[in-house]
Design a binder for this molecule. Structure first.
Ligand SMILES: Nc1ncnc2c1ncn2[C@@H]1O[C@H](COP(=O)(O)OP(=O)(O)OP(=O)(O)O)[C@@H](O)[C@H]1O
Ligand SMILES: [Mg+2]
Length: 273
């Protein structure tokens, strides 16, 4: 089946159960490269963690998912990728994103990574190559060069022989960023990558994110810091179990939206301040 036929078949099945009208559901060429999230929802046993999320995520822009603790930020990333069962769908290039995880680099929240795993920094980043090359060929010269470049880009090449468990939190975050880079993905998803890292490292990490976006990648970053760093993001998705607002940063960052997401506890950060 050609990509276009595939797109039509999937879009028809997922988006238009009744009164199917091809003119209406076919995305434009630009939309084809968006992640299109429709009616995404997750229940953990009887508790609804995420309800009816509808939004898009565009390539070439740095997108932040914001909201208070427990808002469903991590859950939204996992549901998009099919890592937790849920309702609704996330489409990319006309197919469910969960069926295209080879295009995705995902770095989970720090608390969900097993830091006692007995691997060196080099091994952890090399694992990012496995999906591209398979185990047997993952030590190819090309992969070694890519891993070396990725570690250098985040300033961790000197630590390549260290066990991952013996690094500081910020160093570990940088290693996982390097692994994501080594994957050469189209879609990058990072869950709270700035937790426990200093200002300088944060600058390095934002620079890498912005370079990825400038290269036309989809870059989605869960964050909760409403401070000045929010100005690095182009687009925002503001959550509090449901979607509060999504779109360009200036469109989303209103006092009313922040109040809806965070309640009365927010000190509003303005670009002009
Ligand atoms: N595996 C799970 N089983 C049951 N409940 C869960 C599970 N994972 C998350 N939850 C609940 O779902 C809700 C959303 O959790 P989630 O981790 O997505 O929030 P978050 O916005 O990422 O929060 P944080 O800022 O603390 O990381 C919370 O109430 C949480 O307790
Ligand atoms: Mg979380």
């Amino acid at each position: 089946m050609s990509p276009l036929e595939n797109l039509i078949a999937n879009t028809a099945r997922l988006s238009a159960p009744n009164n199917f009208n091809i003119e209406r559901v076919l995305p434009t060429e630009e939309e084809y490269y968006w992640i299109q999230i429709s009616h995404l929802g997750v229940y953990y046993r009887t508790q609804e963690a995420l309800s009816d999320i509808n939004c898009i995520i565009k390539p070439g822009r740095l997108t932040g998912i914001f909201g208070p603790n427990g808002a469903g930020k991590s859950t939204m990333l996992k549901a998009m990728l099919g890592l937790v069962p849920g309702n609704g769908v996330a489409l990319y290039q006309g197919e469910q994103l969960m069926k295209q995880l080879d295009k995705v680099a995902y770095v989970p929240q720090r608390s969900q990574i097993d830091w006692t795993y007995p691997a060196t920094v080099w091994d952890v980043v090399m694992m990012g190559r496995v999906k591209k090359t398979g185990w047997l060929r993952n030590f190819s010269a090309v992969s070694r060069r890519i891993v070396k470049n990725a570690l250098s880009r985040v300033g961790m090449m000197d630590y390549r022989h260290r066990p991952i468990g013996q690094l500081s939190g910020g160093q570990q975050q940088r290693v996982f960023l390097a692994r994501a880079l080594a994957q050469e993905a189209e879609i990058f998803c990072f869950d709270e990558p700035f937790v426990g890292i200093d200002q300088k490292t944060q600058g390095v990490v934002f620079q890498v994110f912005q370079e990825l976006a400038a290269a036309g990648k989809i870059v989605v970053v869960v964050n909760h810091d409403l401070g000045e760093s929010i100005t690095h993001f182009d687009d925002l998705i503001l959550l509090n179990r449901e979607l509060v607002a999504a779109g360009s940063r200036n469109h989303v960052l209103t006092e009313e939206n922040l109040y809806h997401a965070y309640g009365g506890r927010v000190i509003f950060f303005s670009d002009a301040a």
